[in-house]
Design a protein around this ligand. Structure first.
Ligand code: RRO
Length: 309
């Protein structure tokens, strides 16, 4: 028997595959579809204090090797998602992720205070890396600001919380961010968010409307960057901080590679958008096939055990 069971913080999940925040998780219908899928768990769309329409369409386009998006944080507002996760709690499900992406530090503090004071017992993924809000820089690229934000949050917040990071491309940046994160009781990091502010052209035109066509890239384009980020944070973070991999998952082999790099859970965004929630059972089957061929029974048999030459 092969098991894909995994643990993050104090939660156990029957398998290690879930959606990336933002993809098919905005409405109640989306969330119900995820809950009845084969995913090991699921996460809500990053939310802001008030509901948002997001950026003008077209704002998400599938590309041959991935996707480009500038959604602009459309969501039904904090209250909707808090109600949703509290309903889940009442029905006995606390192994769920709640994504929060305040437009200001004050908004994040307000949302986290309400979560702290609620019955929510799941995991918060604090999004420090949305690339698509005009005029709002990605917090994860501002090391001093990230430090300040975490300082404020952990002055009162005691429930399990992790952060969604942007991709980094320089060894010094991996080290700087790890040094900051290692100072706080963070339970997990999710890497990576989309590769921000890229430009895709067809014929003589951009393909999405917001920001002159600039948007975040996901899918096969970003897999090597995602794996590098998973690997570096797995090596540099405290051992009690779990890594969640996200980026470029199209097959069970891709999930396998994320875990080899050190991921304990793997998210899928672009693929889930393309193929809907049937992807989870396919990825599970394909991952189990690889483990079977290699004689691995659990994720621990190969997690982080990437061979270096
Ligand atoms: O909604 C978005 O535009 C968005 C978000 Br919040 C994010 O974190 N990552 C992304 O690619 N798009």
């Amino acid at each position: 028997m092969i098991s894909l069971e995994t643990k993050i913080s104090d939660k156990t999940f029957s398998n290690c595959i879930m959606n990336a925040s933002g993809v098919r998780c905005m409405t109640l219908e989306d969330l119900s579809n995820l809950s009845s899928s084969a995913a090991g768990t699921w996460i809500t769309k990053s939310c802001t204090l008030s509901p948002r329409e997001g950026n003008p369409s077209p704002r998400y386009v599938d590309l041959k090797l991935g996707s480009i998006n500038s959604m602009g944080l459309p969501n039904l507002g904090f209250d909707f998602y808090l109600d949703y996760v509290l309903e889940q709690h009442k029905s006995g499900n606390d192994a769920i992720f709640f994504s929060v992406a305040g437009l200001t530090l004050e908004d994040n503090l307000q949302m986290l205070t309400r979560i702290q004071n609620s019955d929510f017992q799941g995991l918060v993924e604090l999004n420090l890396s949305c690339p698509n809000i005009p005029g709002k820089p990605q917090t994860g690229y501002d090391f001093e600001r990230t430090h300040e934000v975490l300082n404020e949050i952990f002055s009162f917040y005691t429930k399990p919380l992790g952060v969604k990071l942007p991709p980094y491309f320089d060894m010094v940046h991996f080290e700087m961010m790890s040094e900051i994160l290692n100072q706080y009781p963070i339970r997990f990091v999710t890497c990576i968010n989309s590769v921000g502010n890229a430009l895709y052209i067809e014929d003589e035109s951009v393909v999405i409307k917001p920001k002159g066509g600039f948007g975040g890239i996901g899918g096969a384009y970003v897999k090597p960057t995602a794996l590098a980020n998973v690997r570096m944070f797995y090596k540099l973070l405290r051992k009690d901080i779990t890594v969640i991999g996200c980026g470029g998952v199209e097959t069970g082999r891709d999930v396998f590679e994320h875990i080899l790099c050190g991921a304990s859970m793997v998210q899928t965004g672009t693929l889930l958008m393309k193929e809907d929630t049937g992807v989870f059972s396919r990825l599970i089957t394909e991952l189990k096939e690889i483990m079977n061929l290699k004689g691995y029974k659990t994720l621990e048999d190969f997690k982080g055990k990437l061979i270096e030459l």
